[in-house]
Design a protein around this ligand. Structure first.
Ligand SMILES: *[C@@H]1O[C@H](CO)[C@@H](O)[C@H](O)[C@H]1NC(C)=O
Length: 452
């Protein structure tokens, strides 16, 4: 199952689509919206082919690898998770045996350990994980076996290869020649634990120069004016557009991001049928609700500042604040938002991403929407409180081989319940290679209808 791990720092803008200018003056709430995911912010699982041209595209920035010495039959570990030496003596691999790649280019990397230090080679050739930031001693090359992509050797900046010694130590002192056999102490069998495919990964993976035409072509072809017509004719009234924080510096965003997405966003405003961007209904504040260690207090300060910043430009755009996904208390922002006129609380409801759903039947899923998510929503939807928005949901679940009619029941139950959100709801997402995650596919194939 795919996971929606891409709650990147993002700024979300929502446009109102209307066929009459009367509605423009007072946009009708609640909205029925669709997210334009995978457009101005890349998410690999939505459109994997965008990554096809990247060399070593399974070794993108943030990829987590484990290295097993073929001679020692043991995993490489950062002792204590970091702050000490490296060893190759672990029979099993977990956090301390996992190394996160910082990708310099397709063959050159830094390795970040569990405790966030970087692996480096000392002048005596020994390996440690002590550097707070990577420099030359922390920069390695990965060389893949021509016969097996997941057998690799690691070249240290001194030009020599790492080898696993019989005393469990690791040293950067092995020469060029190799048989790639199980008798070679410089050969490691590599396990790829997980990787990321976001905007940073695609820009860094291609390099900005090559990524520029690829992304600009994607922006101008993936979502076009005809999509807005389809959205509006399907009975939807708005779009929620994720945009990256780097768009604030467009057309010259920080390395490695590609400039020009702001111009594309301008087109979206035009397609939403208005002259001077009155189609901007709401701004969702950039946030990182998943980031561990973000305290509620600092999030509130951030939201208050963000709210005031939006108000400097617009007196009537709604300001959307996303609940922290990790928080057990869905009401924690109500006090703050209640004091800021025109603010909206965004909640996301998926019947996924929790083991509980793995065994749910069709009926259990529908009951959960009608009972539990319904109750969750009513807890945050208070009279005289901020408006509420189910900013993400999808008619996808863990039920194997469900029938079309069952998907229809599931989608209808969700639209029924989320229709009670006072600001509205937004499906994740318009287009997706995974059919149920594509509202376009769901509508075109009769799984979802908004016209009843
Ligand atoms: C869902 O709601 C029902 C009825 O209130 C409750 O018994 C059940 O524990 C809830 N399930 C979860 C996972 O919270």
């Amino acid at each position: 199952m795919r996971s929606r791990l891409f709650h990147y720092s993002l700024l979300l803008v929502l446009c109102f689509l209307s066929r009459s200018s009367a509605a423009m003056a007072a946009p009708r709430l609640p909205v029925r919206a669709v997210n334009l995911g995978g457009w101005l912010v890349t998410e690999g699982w939505i459109l994997p082919s965008l990554f096809d041209g990247i060399p070593n595209n399974d070794l993108l920035d943030g990829t987590q690898l484990q290295f097993k010495s073929v001679t020692q039959n043991a995993y490489v570990a950062a002792e204590n998770g970091g702050g000490a030496g490296l060893v190759a003596n672990r029979p099993q691999a977990s956090g301390w045996e996992t190394f996160k790649l910082w990708r310099i280019n397709e063959v050159t990397f830094n390795f970040k350990v569990f405790g966030n230090q970087f692996v480096g080679v000392k002048s005596d050739g020994s390996l440690v994980a002590t550097a707070a930031s990577p420099g030359r001693p922390e920069t390695f090359r990965l060389v893949r076996s021509p016969g097996d992509q997941y057998r690799m050797r690691i070249m240290a900046p001194n030009g020599l290869f790492l080898q696993a010694n019989k005393d469990a130590s690791l040293t950067a002192d092995y020469g060029q020649s190799t048989s790639w056999g199980d008798d070679d102490p410089s050969v490691f069998a590599v396990t790829r634990v997980t990787g990321l495919q976001g905007e940073y990964q695609i820009c860094n993976g291609y390099g900005t120069a090559k990524a520029t035409p690829i992304l600009r072509n994607h922006w101008s072809t993936y979502i076009v004016e005809a999509d807005f017509r389809f959205i509006s004719e399907s009975g939807l009234t708005a779009v929620r557009i994720p945009v990256g924080w780097w768009i604030a510096n467009d057309p010259r965003p920080p390395t490695p991001y590609v400039g020009g997405s702001l111009k594309t966003l301008d087109k979206a405003f035009k397609w939403a049928e208005y002259a001077k961007s009155p189609s901007l209904l709401a701004v969702e504040l950039m946030n990182e609700p998943l980031a561990p260690g973000v305290s509620l207090e600092s999030l509130k300060t951030y939201y208050r500042d963000g709210y005031n910043a939006v108000r400097k430009h617009s007196s009537d755009a709604y300001v959307i604040m996303s609940n922290r996904l990790s928080s057990p208390d869905p009401t924690e922002l109500l006090g703050l938002a209640g004091g800021l006129p025109g603010s909206v609380i965004d909640v996301h409801y998926y019947a996924l991403f929790n083991n509980m759903f793995d065994t749910f039947t069709v009926q259990q899923n529908i009951e959960f929407i009608k009972t539990n998510y319904s109750s969750d929503l009513s807890i945050v939807t208070r009279e005289n409180g901020p408006l509420t928005f189910v900013g993400e949901w999808v008619a996808e679940w863990k039920v194997p081989n469900a029938a079309k009619q069952e998907f229809q029941m599931f989608a209808n139950a969700q639209m029924d319940v989320y229709g009670r959100a006072t600001f509205g709801w937004s499906y994740w997402t318009l287009k997706n290679v995974n059919n149920h995650w594509s509202m376009e596919w769901m509508i075109n194939n009769g799984y979802i209808s908004l016209k009843s």
